[in-house]
Design a protein around this ligand. Structure first.
Ligand code: AP5
Length: 251
């Protein structure tokens, strides 16, 4: 994981780049070797993607040949994605890759980039999309030989992430969307926040996470509605899982 992330964004980190809105001092362009300065996040994203392309061919091929199902697991913050993924893993043996967990692992590493990611997560915003895409690609490749399929939890968070994933990794087979009201999600997260230690499980950040969800992530459901199974998820976890199983058994 570390290697692949660095292969795409390491130069930015080495050059003191910040992911946030007020980007950056100077950075070496991985495509040309030229030094560019004062570029915004958008340029960083494009650079990240461009730098992926050399490896992309290699990483796509074994994933494509394996022909495993890829399930995107979507829903607002606290909608129960992680809870249901645990059950799916136990029943179906799929490999669970949570974008939030992968990012928190980066943060735990204590690098400068980890600190920048943590600051973005604390604000309830989305981290640059190439960061997540590379973490997922690396995670999928590392589990390929033992996997029966992939549960991609918390991704895509915006339509462009879905387009990138399908173009650069694999088409998605099915989407599970857990539909929960803002009030219920807030209550669950505040409750979890009493013991989770997560920087984003507090009232202020939960509001921002919900805004980000409505603005950026909800449109994913509309954009991919033909692949999406919408599951009412303000019920007990067993009843929700019965619907999840129906959707997965039909694959
Ligand atoms: P992430 O870690 O993905 O957080 P999230 O989407 O906000 O969701 P959670 O993990 O908090 O909740 P969940 O839906 O898994 O619910 P859970 O099962 O835990 O992302 C964190 C941050 O990382 C983002 O804000 C963003 O900054 C960044 N990020 C992540 N992915 C990104 C991406 N693709 N692009 C850019 N940035 C990204 O359940 C929650 C609680 O409810 C638990 O206590 C649980 O026990 C309880 N519960 C679950 N189900 C039920 C039920 N049926 N009834 C009662 N209680 C329940």
């Amino acid at each position: 994981m570390e290697h692949l992330v660095r292969s795409t964004v390491g130069k930015e980190e080495n050059n003191g780049v910040h992911f946030g809105p007020g980007t950056m001092s100077a950075v070496e362009n991985p495509g040309t070797g030229a030094c560019e300065s004062q570029m915004g996040v958008r340029m960083l994203v494009r650079m990240g993607r461009r730098s992926c392309f050399g490896e992309q061919e290699h990483r796509q091929t074994p994933l494509k040949e394996a022909k495993l199902p890829v399930i995107w697991v979507l829903g607002g913050p606290g909608s129960g994605k992680g809870t249901q993924c645990e059950r799916i893993v136990a029943k179906y043996g799929y490999t669970h890759l949570s974008s939030g967990d992968l990012l928190r692992a980066e943060v735990q590493g204590g690098s400068d980039r980890g600190k920048q990611l943590s600051a973005i997560m604390e604000k309830g915003e989305l981290v640059p999309k190439f960061v997540v895409l590379d973490l997922l690609a690396e995670g999928m490749l590392s589990k390929l030989n033992e996997s029966k399929g992939f549960l991609i939890d918390g991704y895509p968070r915006e339509v462009a992430q879905g387009q990138d994933f399908e173009a650069e990794i694999l088409p998605c087979t099915r989407i599970l969307y857990f539909d929960v009201s803002d009030g219920c999600m807030t209550e669950r997260l505040l409750n979890r926040g009493k013991s989770s230690g997560r920087v984003d499980d507090n009232e202020e950040t939960i509001k921002k996470r919900l805004n980000t969800f409505h603005e950026h992530s909800k449109p994913v459901i509309e954009a991919y509605k033909e692949k999406c199974v919408c599951i009412p998820a303000e019920r007990n976890p067993d009843d929700i899982f019965a619907d999840v199983s129906k959707a997965l058994d039909a694959l």
